[in-house]
Design a protein around this ligand. Sequence first.
Ligand code: ADP
Ligand code: TRP
Length: 338
Amino acid sequence: MRILSGIQPSGELHIGNYLGALKNWVKLQNDSKNECWFFVADYHSITENYDPKEKPKEILNLTADLLSLGLNPEKSVIFQQSQIPGHADLTWIFNTITPLGELERMTQYKDKAASQKQNINVGLFDYPVLMAADILIYKSDAVPVGEDQVQHLELTREIARRFNDKFGKVFPEPKPLLTETPRIMSLTAPDKKMSKSGGEKSYIAISDSPEVIKEKIKTAVSDAGGDNGKSPSPRLRTTKGGDNLLVIFNAFAETKEEKSDYSNYKRYHEDGTLKYAEFKPALAELIANHFADYRKKRAELSENPDYVKQVLADGAAKASAIASKTLLEVRTKIGLII
Ligand code: ADP
Ligand code: TRP
């Protein structure tokens, strides 16, 4: 199966990105049945407000993060989107078969347009078509992402179908691959998804030190009505924050002991006797330990930006070969080859 996914170089990676997508990238890569393609979506990231002086660092940092989390250039093709011109070429062609109304319905577009009113650019609107081109130019079968990207995948399938119907079959209809935790919620506003845009306290960055993780979990919203989880009636408790912390604990619990701790915490949570003063430090420690190996590798890679650049250059060479081939096939089908 050909697996492909991308991620934008903007801000730090957080445990929502990890549990919703990146953990799955590594797992899929390590299954020898798959052929994996992962890229840094820099063209997508310039649809938001950004500083051009910072962007090169963000691209290199994200690549170093992906490598430190376990992506392996011997097993996966790892590249930078803008180094492959075919993505933008195919976007233009797909633009001509995509109805305006379908893009107007995209939830992420509506949310982002509302949050950057001074910069509602055409790129932001066309973002899902570029995403469809990213995926289809490699004829990918499956795309590991978090839940918020599922609507974009539906549009991608729609575009593939429309193209195939109109010009003859070229593309597969790729499906999303979700983890068991496709939507981790914010620590400070647990009715919203965890996101970089929610502010530093709302997420745990995978690069946070154990101390910072402890502090952020300590101040995370848990159950309403006090932090001891004991309210007069279970019906009076809103448990969204607490539920989310338990989901996170479960996702990071690996050993038998950690899994059995989870079952106990879950039971206490259900009957309203969970002691957050015990649970929260245990959760913080679990997360911090999970990323100990990442922190070590990441520190080593910071010393070696040339290696990171070389990984992207090697990846671009492999990606370009396939992208040009698909583009020639597409241009032929739509009648542009003279
Ligand atoms: P952010 O919202 O922080 O900007 P991105 O849009 O860069 O995150 O998302 C990168 C990847 O991580 C995507 O596959 C996305 O679906 C996934 N993802 C983002 N936030 C979450 C979350 N809170 N829970 C699960 N997956 C998420
Ligand atoms: N839109 C995705 C996000 O915000 C990033 C992305 C761009 C992507 N192109 C893609 C993901 C192609 C999967 C496949 O996370």
